[in-house]
Design a protein around this ligand. Structure first.
Ligand SMILES: [Zn+2]
Length: 151
């Protein structure tokens, strides 16, 4: 399955890819040589808007566009598994399902009443639930997936 590394101009796109469950590392602080090194050693496709950088092998150039449009292009080009709520949007680690009881002290009371399913990032500990924002996220993801299916 394709794994990505995104350069500093693509932070929002990185976040959306992770929300879709795609393995997307983000390295805003590092120089081009280091980006290429990381991409090669971790077998990631390096995604950039930098035309010079895109001349290197294993680098994919994307236009200046919205995250939705960029992800549309990536899904057309690469073999990617979409599995929402499997990956942390902050650090790219895997999230695992946890008992409500385990995390209840970290959840706002209003949320606790409404949601029974929770996930926790094994990397940074961030807790996720399908709150009011989730419908917007899924609608956006579905829009992208539908746009990819169109001929
Ligand atoms: Zn995390």
């Amino acid at each position: 399955m394709t794994k990505f590394l995104l350069d500093r101009m693509l932070g929002q796109t990185t976040k959306w890819l992770r929300l879709m469950g795609v393995d997307a590392e983000y390295a805003p602080e590092v120089e081009d040589d280091e980006l290429l090194r990381i991409a090669r050693s971790e077998e990631r496709i390096l995604i950039t808007r930098d035309k010079e950088l895109a001349k290197s092998k294993g680098v994919f150039l994307v236009p200046k566009a919205t995250p939705e449009k960029i992800i549309h292009i990536l899904l057309k080009e690469f073999d990617v598994d979409i599995e929402p709520m499997t990956r942390c949007s902050k650090c790219n680690s895997i999230v695992e399902s946890v008992d409500k009881e385990t995390v209840k002290d970290s959840i706002p009371e209003g949320v606790l009443e409404r949601c029974n399913e929770y996930w926790r990032c094994i990397g940074c500990g961030q807790i996720y639930w399908k709150g009011t924002h989730w419908e917007y996220i899924m609608a956006t993801i579905n829009n992208i997936l539908n746009s990819v299916k169109e001929p």
